[in-house]
Design a protein around this ligand. Sequence first.
Ligand SMILES: Cc1cc2nc3c(=O)[nH]c(=O)nc-3n(C[C@H](O)[C@H](O)[C@H](O)COP(=O)(O)OP(=O)(O)OC[C@H]3O[C@@H](n4cnc5c(N)ncnc54)[C@H](O)[C@@H]3O)c2cc1C
Length: 458
Amino acid sequence: MSQTTLPKSDELKGKSIIISGGGIGGAAGALALSLRGADVTLYERAPEFKEVGAGLQIGPHGVRMLEKWGLKDKVIDAGYLPERMQFRDAITAEPILTMDFGEEFQRHYGGRYLVIHRSDLLSILVEAATEAGATLLNGVQVLGADDREDGVVVHIEHRADGTREDVGADLLIGFDGTHSVFRKLLVDDEPVPSAYVAYRGTSELPEDPDMKDLKDVVGYIGPRCHFIQYPLRGGELLNQVAVFQSPRYLEALTEGTEVPEDWGNNEEFKNAFGHTNEFIQGRLGDMWLNTWWQMADREPLMNYVVSDHIIVLGDAAHPPLQYLASGAVMAMEDAECLALFASQAAVEGGKNWRDVLEEVSAERAPRCARIQTVGRFWGELWHVDGLSRLIRNETFRQAEATGWFKYADWLWDYDADRREYLKDPSKGEMPAELKEWEYNLHKIARLRDSREYEQVTV
Ligand SMILES: Cc1cc2nc3c(=O)[nH]c(=O)nc-3n(C[C@H](O)[C@H](O)[C@H](O)COP(=O)(O)OP(=O)(O)OC[C@H]3O[C@@H](n4cnc5c(N)ncnc54)[C@H](O)[C@@H]3O)c2cc1C
């Protein structure tokens, strides 16, 4: 691995910050804050820092931050730089949109497009945060916290022996994932299952005669399903993800009956890709069958500030569906935004933690809401059938012919330092052209509740 020097400064010297949760968001938070001199302690309840699953796509919005944190060479060494992203029709396998990640892309976005194994990215962040001075502890569950006038008291439990302790700090960040303890203090909501389920799998790329020349992220998108492939670890591994709509989940949803716990099970998986191209069907044997991921997000939240000294970030604040490949990047953006705004406030003076948290929330919530809602739309566009599919394919071809940057700029050309959503929160809304669009699951629930069964379509 290449050596890098971490870009350390000391604007937050003397500030003590506790982070609950050591996923990619928490580890990035520990890094970004300790790089500015803060005294950071991170508590992760699991016995080790570990990510379940395999590949992560990190667009230029994420890679530019990793570069800023001094990690560009390390993540490139550990990951893979795909040449292009290709969308193909899942029925015919024909390419419908190819996005080249060459020089023009790199000039336009000021960064590369990277794919990396989740565990590799997490290890790099954990190692760098430790090197920057943060203390990252496993086997510690955060139970709750009390906001006090001058800071916060965090209640923790050491899982090995069940002992409990109260720890004081200036600030607590809940990077504790979609079932966050602290999100519950803001809103009493539930995850919104999307009716789609993901199967994942990795295998050796060079040994695979059909795939050994793969250099791209390839997404076959088709009616009610999609299939993604890309290399990982410098081309050592092939990462594949097969996603489909669960008929049993949908049936329960439309009929208002109990949802089976194992929706998306192996039986459904076996029948889900029969209408797709033979090539895809031939690849499904490599998927792991012992576990599958029922995809869900939550309704966007417009405030992440829990109290004067507590904020939720990452999936705790804004879990998205995976279609824009930005959940982990959003968590890293949150980390950088908080560290940046806090260090700028420390230099300028005159602001307390509440002011900083409000500013972070006002910048991040509209941006993340847009990623969550456009992510739902983007997923549905991948999965359309019939005439809509043909129109979608033609629209994608046109986007390639006339230039697609204009569709991706809002997502990939972002820097919290510009405070663009803070200045204009309306940027967080769905673009005007999509305002009339309604998320299919909302529509189903609305029609079911109004008992207009005959109109319920999927
Ligand atoms: C199929 C799929 C594909 C995806 N692809 C991409 C992609 O290509 N690109 C991308 O950017 N994103 C992608 N994502 C999204 C991304 O994985 C998540 O958004 C991101 O990992 C969220 O990170 P986080 O740190 O906020 O939360 P988490 O990863 O959920 O981490 C939360 C951590 O907090 C810990 N914790 C929870 N409660 C407590 C407690 N009380 N005390 C102590 N610790 C606690 C948990 O153990 C966990 O380690 C994908 C997601 C899925 C499901």
